[in-house]
Ligand binder design. Structure first.
Ligand code: AMP
Ligand code: MG
Length: 492
């Protein structure tokens, strides 16, 4: 099918769930300009990239025009933010334009972030700024390239307005593409409206989109909970394996599709430390790196609570079924993490002592504060021509490293070292969006109007497994002292 010069949008969410969607239009912007376009994604969606670049396409990406047949809505949701419940959050500055059917037949949401105030805006101005929208584009596309489930970014446009946050910045709008925008908080909101009105239809809608095999199951709501527990356990395990800290894992920022969403104060960890927190507002370390699996479980318990009346009319039965399902998180998480670590270390997941080998490597990383990303590439190098490659990554802990390397060699058994190293390099990235590189690129774009560093970094992190001889520096951790001072901000 040839790409078409428009976006053909359906409005299934708006039709299915009128109580969760408010018809709304974007606030027009004075001077829309395209900053970045994801041509590969446009192609996957069957949309003509040339058209998206044209004034008509940019007008859609800026919210100044609505594609024919579309019915934009602001979605309602609630959420626990840092543990406190807010009954009414919702899309305060975003709109679901509708759903597009991609060239592979999948139905995907097209959503504008930064498109002006909506009835959910509370005190907010409804706008977003260039730095944070470029950050979301960069992180989402890096995640996708790493093979980690994520919402995508189709484009970022500037609006011609100046928006003041910690500093004045160009106003911007991100076009986000997602399996859906149904969040744990959407269920909390629907539950508050009443189970008959919205909760049951929302369960059907979510199952239809994310777990269609279960639409006819005897207990659809329980099937949805089971599915969400499994996909979220998998997602968080993948984050842990690459050293990613989401930073704001509120229940309104957790999908039931299992895609990562809302890359605000997030960061990739350089120096390995489970207690790492970068977000300036996370004073208690609730969303620290090492807490993420527990927080995911906490959020899933909130989803289970919201679903109770539609899991079973009998309260005790519903609680028993939900509790059993939530308890399954640990096994899903452990399996995903274990398989991931086995691949990162080039060993078979079910080999004797594999679990201990993984745990001991994490202990060693913690003890030595290793650079999370490059240490795994150095390990692969020890199997090739460079037997001492990993030693500089674990300074001052020579004996512990030697003991671990000895155990690792036993686990590797008789496998061919060169092909093991190649297999490890296919799962251990060389390049992740390191904080100092991200900040440098975003400052250049948002303050100096220079997109060069951003484009170069995007190119690198969307092809993360291949060493580039001319770009070795970007595979290195931040200069000394940067990490300890680094903070991310939520004022997006
Ligand atoms: P976030 O921190 O982006 O996940 O947003 C949390 C909630 O605050 C959501 O309900 C957003 O719609 C809302 N929000 C964030 N920034 C703004 C803004 N500038 N204007 C209106 N609503 C906002
Ligand atoms: Mg959010």
């Amino acid at each position: 099918m040839a790409p078409i010069a428009t976006i053909e949008l359906d409005h299934r969410f708006a039709d299915d769930l009128p109580d969760l969607a408010v018809d709304w239009d974007a606030s027009p912007v004075p001077a829309a300009a395209l900053i970045v376009l994801n041509e590969t994604l446009a192609l996957e969606l069957g949309i003509d990239a040339e058209w998206l670049r044209s004034p008509a396409g940019v007008a859609v990406l800026a919210g100044n025009a609505v594609p024919p047949g579309a019915r934009p809505v602001a979605m309602g949701y609630a959420g626990h933010q840092f543990g406190s419940y807010s009954p009414r959050l919702g899309d305060g500055r975003a709109l679901l334009l509708g759903e597009v059917t991609g060239s592979d037949g999948r139905r995907l949401d097209v959503h504008l972030k930064g498109s002006g105030r909506t009835p959910f805006a509370r005190g907010g101005d409804g706008r977003a700024t260039l730095g944070p929208m470029l950050r979301e584009h960069l992180i989402a596309e890096a995640m996708h390239a790493l093979g980690i489930p994520t919402t995508r970014s189709l484009a970022v446009v500037t609006t011609g307005e100046t928006v003041v946050r910690t500093r004045p910045e160009p106003g911007a709008i991100l076009t986000r593409v997602a399996a859906s925008h149904v969040r744990v908080g959407t269920f909390q909101y629907a539950r508050a409206l009443g189970e008959g009105t919205s909760l049951e239809p929302l369960v059907r809608h979510a199952l239809d989109r994310h777990h269609p095999d279960a639409t006819d199951s005897e207990r659809p709501a329980l099937s949805l909970l089971q599915h969400t527990v499994a996909v979220q356990a998998h997602l968080v395990a993948r984050w842990m394996l690459v050293g990613f800290i989401h930073g704001v894992m509120n229940t309104d920022n957790m999908t039931v599709s299992g895609e990562g969403i809302d890359y605000g104060p997030c960061a990739f960890m350089d120096r390995f430390d489970p207690a790492t927190v970068y977000s300036s507002i996370d004073h208690g370390g609730r969303y620290a790196y090492g807490n993420q699996p527990a927080i995911a479980q906490w959020n899933l318990a909130r989803l289970a609570e919201a679903l109770l009346p539609v899991i079973d009319p009998d309260g005790e039965t519903a609680v028993a079924l939900a509790t059993e399902t939530l308890a399954g998180f640990a096994a899903h998480y452990q399996r995903a993490w274990h398989e991931g670590m086995a691949a990162k270390l080039g060993v078979t997941p079910d080999g004797a002592g594999a679990g201990d080998l993984f745990d001991q490597f994490i202990s060693l990383q913690t003890l030595a504060g290793t650079d999370h990303t490059s240490t795994y590439r150095a390990l692969a190098s020890t199997l090739r021509s460079d037997p001492v490659a990993v030693q500089q990554h674990v300074p001052d802990h020579g004996p512990e490293l030697e003991a671990w390397l000895a155990a690792w060699r036993i686990a590797l058994g008789g496998a061919d070292p060169a092909s093991t190293a190649d297999a490890m390099d296919e799962v251990n990235p060389v390049y992740v969006p390191r904080n100092h590189l991200v900040e440098g690129a975003l400052d250049a774009a948002a303050v100096d109007g220079d997109l060069g560093p951003f484009e170069q970094l995007l190119e690198l992190v969307t092809d993360p497994f291949v060493v580039r001889e001319d770009r070795q520096a970007e595979a290195q951790p931040a200069p000394d002292g940067f990490d300890a001072r680094y903070q991310t901000f939520c004022g997006t």
